[in-house]
Design a protein around this ligand. Sequence first.
Ligand SMILES: Nc1ncnc2c1ncn2[C@@H]1O[C@H](COP(=O)(O)OP(=O)(O)OP(=O)(O)O)[C@@H](O)[C@H]1O
Length: 589
Amino acid sequence: MTTAPEAMPVSVTESRLPVANGRQTVREVWRLSRGHRARLVTVVVSGIASTAVNLIPPAVVGVLIDRVHAGTADLGTVLTITVVMGVSAVVAAGGTAATTVLATWLYQTILARLREQLVGRALALPQHLVERAGTGDLISRTSDDVTAVADAAPTVIGALTATAFTVIVSLAGLVALEWPYAAAFLIVLPVYAMAMRWYLRTGPQVYRVERAAMSKRAQQIVESQRGYATVLGFGLGEQRHHTVMKASWGVAIHTLRARTVQSMFNARLNLAECLSLATVLITGFLLIHHGSSTVGAATTAMLLVLRLLGPINQLLFVFDIIQSAAASLSRIIGITTTPGTEAGEPGMTGDTTVRLREVAFHYEDGPRVLDGITLDITAGEHVAVVGASGAGKTTLAAVIAGIHPPDTGTVTRPARTAVITQEVHVFAGTIRDNLTLAAPEANEREIHAALEATGAAAILDLLPDGLDTLVGSGEHQLTDAQTQQVALARLLLVDPELVILDEATAEAGSTHAALLDRGAEAALRGRTGLVIAHRLSQAAACDRIVVMEHGRIIETGTHDGLVAAGGVYAGLWATWRKGKSLGGACGSE
Ligand SMILES: Nc1ncnc2c1ncn2[C@@H]1O[C@H](COP(=O)(O)OP(=O)(O)OP(=O)(O)O)[C@@H](O)[C@H]1O
């Protein structure tokens, strides 16, 4: 009796990252095999041949039994049959080994290509897609789904090549012995079909839910790790722990359900096996009783059926794994076939201006946070955006940067746009790695010039190994100000046409703020710039100021003009001046 192998979890269809359909998946796998098709054919032929050789032993055992039964077996017969069985076993083993090696080489090569494409494409995905779907889904595809496909490949490829031919040859063998043997086996096939039908109706849904629970858990863990500082800062450890624990329990419950479904499928398969053996045994008994079959033929028939059961179960199990792995594969190929940003995102233009027309935007299920935004930023102009918290400043920056596509309206921006957001990540590696991340060709002189210009050169004096100091998790920790300075220097090395600065708030008048203002000034010099002004001193130094309220632009003009107009900005400025000292981001102060 048999036991089903561990079923792979299937993918979440409700995911918002694209999922390829069956035809796209097959076409893509076929494309990936380009250059290796001759090997593919060899794998199929050698797998089929070795399976066919495996059918020789049942046939010769039947002959031996009949000869023994007829009293014609002598030592020569036994030796001949032994040699035939021995040779067929060696040939089948050699063929299977060769098939396995060739198949392994083939699928590993294809998988390696797929992985390369996946990583390359994942890094080039349009940001708004990843933002909307959540990084957990992307991580799940690049880890869980790749593992599912890699684990499934050996089983699937080996079994598929062997199974189909075994079934055909064994059935042909049963017919050649006596057609009732084949008929006896065939009448049990509906039981297999019913087991399969039940499983296909029940399994995918259970696995899908299991996989959705896994994605949710991954998302919760990633968010807890990403927001580590916030979790610590706000004492959210207990709450995050509870959320992750709840998500983990969800996985445990759904995994238990999935394994239960698997066990029930096994029970149905075992019933089908018992019925096949019983019907062929009874048929053999009846045929021998009526003198139309021999004991040897009945034995061969039983051995052939026993041989058939293995591949049939294997086919069903492989079907299960294929189904699960195919879902993972379609999730992976959904990513690899998604157009990346290399060819340019919508809204990218060849000039250095920014142009927004009647732009509206809302977050998933939320209200509109941008409404009727029309704005032009001319080449080289520095525009500051100010407004109360929640006015939509950061969202506007993200829409201009192409991170969020607008719901309605149009946005155009320069092709080379660089953004510094409030959360700057330090990549594991050296300071040099972090600086040259987006400009790998930058030389030593350019790196130092960028550090000087942004005021970040002083950081090097504080680091044990200068540019080669290892930073990131578990290594030297940069302060927030240093991290942002490094980000500004990195931005200089990229030399963008449009700079969008939405840096973390720094207390006005602090050394931190002064350092950031100096870095920002260097980053904006000679470029078109949009500054989300968290300190009004940043706004005052820009060419033009845009005031936002509830997702709309309510005032726009120069600092002096807006102060003189006595509107919302003038009020903000008056409040600001009361308690703050001035610095500047746009560099004109
Ligand atoms: N990822 C998000 N999902 C849903 N709503 C969001 C998201 N980000 C921002 N919002 C909402 O959109 C509105 C505008 O937020 P936004 O961050 O753009 O404002 P802001 O003016 O930059 O505020 P702040 O100065 O506090 O950063 C707010 O109501 C905010 O709660």
